[in-house]
Design a protein around this ligand. Structure first.
Ligand SMILES: [Zn+2]
Length: 125
């Protein structure tokens, strides 16, 4: 099994026992290596390392990928959100529906459609 290195720029500076490696006389604190990480799309050993990376590279990232320079608009036709009620006043249970968060209109939804993360009635951004 190959080990991944934490991408945190300062991971090796956090002086925990699990980072201290090597033989007596030449020990060093080292970037964490694990078969699996759980933070930042599985690239960081913990939140601190993830935020260190963000703090260091966020400006470059925004400049590189483009900053938001105008407010985006979520329009009525794209304001449909999947909702779920455990119980309803009519005794019907587990009701799934679309709610338009602007108009408050509701539309029925099957449980399968609710669970299908690709299923939407929104038309775009
Ligand atoms: Zn780390």
């Amino acid at each position: 099994m190959s080990l991944k290195l934490c991408q945190g720029p300062d991971c090796h500076r956090y002086t925990t026992q699990d980072r201290l490696k090597g033989i007596k006389g030449s020990k060093t604190y080292q970037t964490r290596r694990r078969s699996r990480f759980y933070y930042g799309n599985r690239n960081f050993c913990d939140q601190r390392c993830l935020y260190d990376w963000v703090a260091k590279y966020i400006e470059q990232g925004l400049d590189h990928f483009g900053r938001t320079t105008e407010a985006k608009h979520l329009t009525e036709e794209n304001a449909w959100s999947k909702r779920y009620d455990w119980r309803t006043s009519t005794g019907e249970s587990h009701r799934h529906y679309f709610l338009n968060t602007i108009t408050q209109e509701q539309r029925p939804l099957t449980e399968a459609q609710y669970n299908d993360t690709n299923y939407t009635i929104n038309t775009g951004e």
